[in-house]
Design a protein around this ligand. Structure first.
Ligand code: F6P
Length: 322
């Protein structure tokens, strides 16, 4: 391997910069060139490349977002778009790729890696934590800490006004952000797509649970089946008009901010491991950490979409919010 093309793609996640830094510095260590590809697959099809060196990744480990920028690219879904991308890579003498992103990024990488003879290694970068092959994705820890900080603030005002708040968090079709933050913020109930009984459980609690509570927080994952925080709020208000209910949608605040220590260390470890994996002949795999060990998972498994929810954690919410 002589020249690695490095890019971030899909939704940004805190810690992507730490991963970029780790890839570049490890490549320099092994005497491999790195070419930054700006705006993900879109930049690849347009030849939007920049050479990277030790200095171009100085002072970025603590920064949120991605210095390489990111995008979602429809053109890369077409065979013609992928051909353009391959031609641009060849022109630049790029002979391997490291992709930092999530599900969509690895779906593209999987197709590209079978159509063209170029080794690709993926790094899980998404706040959603919805990939198989790693205990945690880069950005998840920072995002859940952001959510908990925000919900703690909402709790202050909820408590002062004796209100019930329905807080919607991100996660696309995964409830993993909602599950952990709900536990950490002492939620009354958590509604996630993986559990069908969330709304019923909430109604049950409001009907039969303790009546002397002074504030209540319900965490709703954006992909929840009942239809998001506004719909859940409407149903609650209809059934329990005596509760003073408010809705809060946290939105993209969850994607920003300085990465946590956990995310920086994760990104640094797997960023370095990605370069070493390419040197060792790995291809079309995502690098993660499972039980504190580097793990290699083929793209097609990583994107399988059934990261299990631990039912004990849902039960915990019920027990602890009594
Ligand atoms: O995948 C990360 C994520 O933030 C999801 O949680 C969310 O559903 C989606 O991206 C939002 O995407 P966009 O910023 O393109 O609207």
């Amino acid at each position: 391997i002589k020249n690695i093309g490095l890019f971030t793609s899909g939704g940004d996640a805190p810690g992507m910069n730490a991963a970029i830094r780790a890839v570049v510095r490890t490549a320099v260590y092994y005497d491999i060139e790195v070419t930054g590809i700006r705006r993900g697959y879109d930049g690849m099809t347009k030849g939007d490349f920049i050479p990277m060196n030790r200095k171009s990744v100085s002072n970025i480990i603590q920064r949120g977002g991605t210095i390489l920028k990111t995008a979602r690219c429809d053109n890369f879904r077409t065979a013609e778009g992928r051909k353009q991308a391959y031609d641009e890579l060849k022109k630049q003498n790029i002979d391997a790729l490291i992709a930092i992103g999530g599900d969509g990024t690895f779906t593209g990488a999987k197709v590209f890696g079978t159509e063209y003879d170029i080794p690709i290694i993926g790094l899980p970068g998404t706040i959603d934590n919805d990939l198989l092959g790693t205990d945690f994705t880069i950005g998840y820890d920072t995002a859940i800490n952001t959510v908990v900080e925000a919900v703690d603030k909402i709790r202050d005002t909820a408590e002062s006004h004796d209100r019930l708040f329905i807080v919607e968090v991100m996660g696309r079709d995964s409830g993993l952000i909602a599950l952990r933050t709900g536990i950490a913020a002492g939620a009354e109930a958590i509604l996630i797509p993986e559990s069908k009984s969330g709304l019923e459980g909430l109604f049950n609690r409001l009907e039969h649970g303790r009546k002397d509570k002074t504030s209540r927080i319900v965490i709703v994952a954006e992909g929840e089946e009942a239809g998001g925080a506004f719909e859940v709020g409407r149903l609650v208000q209809e059934k329990f008009p005596h509760y003073d209910t408010r809705i809060s949608i946290l939105g993209h605040i969850q994607r920003g901010g300085a990465p946590s220590c956990m995310d920086r260390v994760l990104a640094s470890r797997i960023g370095a491991a990605a370069v070493e994996a390419l040197r060792d002949g790995h291809r079309n795999e995502m690098i993660g950490i499972i039980h504190n060990e580097i793990a290699y998972t083929p793209f097609e498994h990583a994107i399988k979409h059934h990261v299990d929810i631990n039912p004990n954690l849902l039960k915990l919410v019920e027990i602890l919010s009594m």
